[in-house]
Write a protein that binds this ligand. Structure first.
Ligand code: ZN
Length: 361
């Protein structure tokens, strides 16, 4: 099965053996495509992975360390075909990643996001509250990963209200009018985890405000727990505060990264992140890089059949995670389910660049 055919599968339908066979075909085909069309990628595969074109196991696929995209522009299509460049937000002192999308890769990304979100939220577009400010819409020079995620997710809803101003202060009056206007319809909320906490939940607590969202309203949030962990905010207290302050009972975290389009993993009602048909994760020992089994914590490798315009179909991240199970979540969705524990600390010292040096490209 080709990557294009796999993209037509329902996100959580294929069983583990079906999915493995489909993914292996799609990913092997992408390795061949990228080696033919991206010279630096071909050099890396030759140097680090014995140059094999196709492999029999997902764990034997060549992978790139995710930080390579910070140092090198990797593209597998002619430059004139690039329609969109994604730039990671990056932390201070770090170069951002640059990811190049052609029309085909960009449109499959949008379609897959809608398919996956539809499985959790239903097909109907809900009125949508975005817990962020809209200034990036006016200033495209600030078009980074955060802006790209907001734009991507905003296509899931309608009648958008951006709740925050440029200082990230909420406009509570606008929210009241919005809730009044959409009294009988569940509302979809979207925001970055830390901004939702600080500029929505804590802001409401500080001003002793509470609102009642219609039943069925749902929040999607992502971007990592790191800053909440530093403040000792647990997932449970995050969810409890949203239920108490706003009446929002459905909260879905998601895990994803700008470097791999199509790797979008939603958290189900049972608190597990799920791999859809088009992508998968593997866990590797942070030191030996050997693949680990269910229940063992290690570095997360992400696989996706979407990246065709740049060689990002198999990436080793710097995130730590654990596979919880496969095809056995009580929510009924097939695929692996997993948890993320945060970022490997001092990854520059201990990470993949130490054990498998990446050649200059
Ligand atoms: Zn589940």
């Amino acid at each position: 099965m080709t990557a294009a055919e796999l993209l037509k599968s329902r996100p959580y339908a294929p069983s583990a053996p079906e999915k493995r066979a489909m993914l292996l075909d799609g990913l092997n085909e992408l390795t061949v495509h990228h080696r033919r069309n991206c010279v630096p990628y071909d050099r890396i595969v030759k140097a680090l992975f014995n140059g094999a074109d196709t492999v029999d196991e997902l764990s034997a696929l060549p992978w790139l360390p995710v930080r390579l995209f910070k140092r090198t522009d990797l593209v597998s299509v002619p430059h004139e075909k690039i329609v969109k460049t994604l730039v990671s937000s990056g932390t201070t002192g770090q170069l951002p990643s640059r990811i190049f999308l052609d029309r085909e890769t960009a449109s499959s990304q949008a379609r897959i996001l809608a398919t996956i979100a539809g499985d959790f939220l239903g097909k109907a577009r809900m009125p949508m509250l975005i817990i962020d400010d809209a200034s990036f819409l006016r200033d495209r020079t600030r078009f980074n990963a955060r802006a790209a995620a907001i734009l991507g997710f905003s296509s899931l809803g309608r009648d958008h209200l951006y709740l925050l101003d440029e200082q990230l202060l909420p406009d509570w009056n606008a929210l009241s009018s919005y809730l009044e206007a959409h009294r009988d319809t569940p509302i979809l909320l979207f925001g970055f985890t830390f901004i939702v906490w600080q500029n929505f939940v804590e802001a409401a607590l500080a001003e002793e405000r509470s609102f009642h969202f219609p039943p069925g309203s749902a929040l999607i949030h992502g971007g990592g727990w790191k800053r909440l962990e530093d403040r000792k905010v647990s997932e449970e207290s995050f969810k409890a505060a949203l239920a108490e302050r706003f009446g929002i009972e459905r909260v879905h975290n998601y895990y994803g990264m700008v470097e791999q389009v199509g790797s979008i993993y939603f958290e189900c009602e049972h608190g597990r992140l799920h791999t859809p048909a088009y992508s998968d994760i593997l866990i590797r020992d942070p030191v030996s890089l050997e693949p680990l089994g269910v229940g063992e914590a290690g570095l997360v490798q992400v696989l996706s059949v979407l990246p065709r315009s740049y060689p990002g179909h198999s990436l080793l991240t710097e995130d730590l995670g654990t596979i919880v199970g496969e095809d056995d979540c009580p929510c009924g969705r097939n695929g692996k389910s997993f948890r993320i524990h945060g970022r490997l600390r001092n990854v520059e010292m201990r990470g993949c660049s130490d054990t498998r040096p990446v050649p200059a490209v």
